[in-house]
Design a protein around this ligand. Structure first.
Ligand code: NI
Length: 209
């Protein structure tokens, strides 16, 4: 009887070790998964206020506010013209989705709000937005104005290399596309890389209803 006790203890110890390793590994994979998704923040929680009043400058140098676009659905994307990959990809998807929904697209104002106002002046934004879509509006502003509008949309951005080159630095940013209603109300988001047809389906759903 007594010689079986150490055996049970050893087994128990092994079992505990296995469970601990499993828990640690699971935690590690979840952490990696979370880090890997760095460019795409999770869907906003229900009940969290998204959007709100803003005053910015459009790509023609005109001062605009959220009121300027009342009566239109807004597709709002935060990005910057120097973005090497994420922004061009997402803006292409937005334009593709607009093409897919035909005349319904006329009810939508697509907007790019820069997270890099230092380089993205109105003059810099103008040819950039025109290259994607004739109706895409580019918005810029002071550092404070951009910080304020990003905060109200729960959008994240930060210069990647504070010490880096003044001309070629990158800006990390979340890459959600926000659909706002005609009264400025938040409707939904599309996560980065959603296929154009998925975005088109979402737009049809919200705009036809
Ligand atoms: Ni980008």
């Amino acid at each position: 009887m007594t010689d079986k006790k150490p055996d049970t203890t050893a087994r128990r110890a092994i079992l505990v070790a296995v469970v601990l390793i499993f828990v640690a590994a699971t935690g590690w994979f979840q952490l990696r998964h979370f880090i890997d998704q760095g460019h795409e923040i999770a869907q906003p929680l229900p009940g969290v206020q998204i959007g709100g009043p803003f005053t910015l400058t459009d790509h023609n140098g005109e001062r605009v506010t959220d009121e300027t676009y009342r009566g239109k659905y807004l597709l709002v994307y935060f990005g910057y013209t120097f973005c090497p990959d994420v922004c061009p990809t997402e803006l292409t998807i937005i334009v593709d989705a607009l093409d897919r929904i035909g005349p319904l697209a006329d009810k939508i104002q697509p907007i790019l709000i820069t997270v890099d106002p230092a380089r993205d002046t109105a003059e810099a934004l103008k040819p950039y937005v025109a290259a994607f879509h004739p109706r895409l509006v580019g918005l810029t502003g002071t550092e404070e104005e951009i910080a304020s509008v990003a905060r109200s949309y729960r959008a994240y951005y930060a210069r990647a290399d504070e010490e880096g080159d003044k001309e070629t630095y990158l800006v990390d940013h979340s890459a959600l596309t926000y659909l706002m209603g005609p009264d400025g109300e938040f409707l939904t988001t599309f996560s980065y890389g959603s296929p154009a047809e998925t975005v088109a389906k979402g737009l049809r759903k919200f705009i036809q209803n």
